[in-house]
Design a protein. Sequence first.
Length: 306
Amino acid sequence: MELRQLTALVTVAEVGSVTRAAQLLHVVQPAVTRQIRSLEEELGVALFERTHRGMVPTAAAEVLIGHARRALHELDRARAELRPDPAQAAGIVSVGLLESTNDLLAQPLSAQVARRLPGVELRLLTGYSGHLQGWLDDGTVDLSLLYNLSDTPSMAVTHLLHEQLWAVGPPGAGLDPGSPVGWAEVLAHPLVLPVAGHGLRVLIDRARSAVPREPVVAVQTNSLSLQKQLVVAGHGWTVLPAAGVAADIAAERLGGAPLDPPVERTVVLGLQRAGRVPDAVRAVADLLVEVTAGLVDAGTWPTARA
C-alpha cells in the first residue's frame, strides 16, 4: 500500500465521488480510479459500490478506512512535530468535547490554544461520552472530556468538576432555576430522553427509579440539540446537564430547574496511557484543565463545583 492510495481511499469515502476526490487532491480522475483499483487488486476485495448516492464503501472498505485514517493522522502529526524549534509544542491535537459543553468550552479553549500554543493545530470533535471514549480508545482523538469514569489500564483520568442535571421544559412550564423540582413533577410530563444505554440515560433512569411511576417517553434521541428542539416544540420535558441549557434558559428559549434530590455527573479528562504522549497533546490537556477550572471559579459553568 502507498500513502497516495490510502489518501484516495479516505477522500472518496468522505465525499462519495471519484470526481470530487480528484478535485480535492489536485489530480486527474483516472489517477484516483487507478489508486482505488490497485488497492482492490492487492487486497482481493471490492472497496466501493456505485449507487445513486455515489460511491458507497463496502464493509471491507470501512475496516480499511478506519486504519487508513489513523495512519494518515499519525503521519500528519509527525510532519507537524518536526519543527526547527523543539522547545515549542507543535503538531495536530484532536480534542473530544461532550456535546453539552460545546457552548462553554469550544471558544475559550480555541482562543487559549491560538494565543499560547501557536504551533498547535486544534481539532475539536464533539459527541456523547460513549462515542468519545471509543474515539479515545481507537486514537481518533488524543484527549477527551468524559463523565463518570475512573482510571483504566489504557486511560488516565483527571477529575475536573461535578455538575447537576436539570429538569428542562418549554418556556411556559413554570420552571425556576432558583426552585428545585422533584421527580414526581418531572414524570408527570411526557419525556424526551437520550437513547437507552446512553450514559446520561443511565443516570436519569437510576435517579428516577425511586419514584413509583413509569415515565411516558415521547421521543428518544442521541442528539442534545434535538432534545432541546423537541422540548421547545412541546413534545415533553427532558433532563440535561445545566451547562447544556444555561444559555437557552437565560434567553428564555427553555425553562429549567435543578432536580430535587440533586443528580450529579462528574466530568473528567481522559488521556491515553499507551505510547509516548506528544508535547503538544500534554500542553493542550493542561490548557483544557486550566480553562475548565477558570469557568468554574468564575461561576460561568452553572452548578459546577471543582
